[in-house]
Write a new protein. Structure first.
Length: 105
């Protein structure tokens, strides 16, 4: 199935501790149904010292469920994403609220 949200898209968080925050998708994990959003869902992990890494507390973005985010349209509001076939046979992503084309699949 084609991805409705891709790397580089601007999204808003709909549920969870970071509800209402927006950010850019940096990584998509389609097999797990999750994605990583820049600056959202920050977690801390205690890192034990190894030969290659220093010990300390590392802060990084944890993956979010795709169902908990929505695409931010050109008007700055959250919108659903759909698919449409153009006359030339290309399949493109479109904003459901405005019908504007987002880009190729």
């Amino acid at each position: 199935m084609a991805a409705k949200i891709k790397k580089g898209d601007k999204v808003v968080v709909l549920a969870g501790k970071d509800k209402g925050k927006t950010g850019e998708v940096t990584k998509v994990l389609p097999q797990e149904g999750r994605l990583v959003v820049q600056g959202v869902n920050m977690v801390k992990k205690h890192q034990k010292q190894t030969q290659t890494q220093e010990a300390g507390i590392k802060t990084f973005e944890a993956p979010l469920a795709v169902s908990n985010v929505a695409y931010v349209g050109k008007d700055g509001k959250a919108t659903k994403v759909g698919f449409k076939l153009l006359d030339d046979g290309r399949k493109v992503r479109v904003e459901k609220s405005t019908g504007e084309v987002i880009g190729d699949v």
